[in-house]
Design a protein around this ligand. Sequence first.
Ligand SMILES: O=P(O)(O)O[C@H]1O[C@H](CO)[C@@H](O)[C@H]1O
Ligand SMILES: O=c1cc[nH]c(=O)[nH]1
Length: 266
Amino acid sequence: MTGIIADTKAIQYHIGLSTQMLCGAKYAFLPGDPDRVNPIAAFLDDARELTQHREYRSALGYVDDIPVLVMSTGIGAPSTGIAIEELARLGVTHFIRLGTTGAIQAHVQLGDLIISEGAVRLEGTSGHYAPIEYPAVPSLALTQKLVEATKLRDYPYQTGIGCSSDSFWPGQERYDSFSGYVPRHLQGSLEEWQRLGVLNFEMESSALFTIARTFGLHAASLCGVIALRTQSEAVQQNVYAQVKERLAIVARDAVRLHHKAHGTPL
Ligand SMILES: O=P(O)(O)O[C@H]1O[C@H](CO)[C@@H](O)[C@H]1O
Ligand SMILES: O=c1cc[nH]c(=O)[nH]1
């Protein structure tokens, strides 16, 4: 193959990063929001911002002597797919999504962390990689370390299946958009997901899991609950700061635990 994006030494077309800039990082933390990159990186040692191109802002830091990249994916599955492909070309093998989410089960509380055991593929991007019958499941080893790290901090958390939707309003059955329009095939969908035990809505995990599995990579997802959809369609900004900090701390501790248990990823 020829061309800039197949050349691992080149600056990757969308994310603006090269192998050299990653300093050998095998782990990447992936928030959706570019504004979450530096606050998350601040929990790593010697953190410095690398670059920003489109929705992809990046920073590099260390957990002890383990290099870790923090890079935003932007919102949704298509930009997440690009992020994984281009980071994988640069040698990243372990991806941890650090997101926000809306809970749809009554027992989940605002600020809870949700560690994904699997995701409903209510998006189109993962279908470009694997047929819809293929499950969107995270890496067990990485996920176990997220659970361990969360428990050690005594943060409230849930594990279970989430739903990754291609839209924030109709796909998550919100009627508070400017038109209140939810097409017929999505009306009642929230209740159906509840009935099936789905914990939460967000927009990237299923693509992350499917694409990572397609290429033999390792992915996990940790999200903080900022909306309680059994009570309201709105997101609660007041819990955002606490969620952001907990995501950063748990991910950092999980990398330490994972590295201790499994050594440097190949
Ligand atoms: O906070 P992030 O990581 O962006 O995640 C959630 O927030 C965005 C929607 O507001 C979507 O990207 C959704 O998955
Ligand atoms: O309700 C929510 C909150 C955050 N992100 C989502 O995708 N949905």
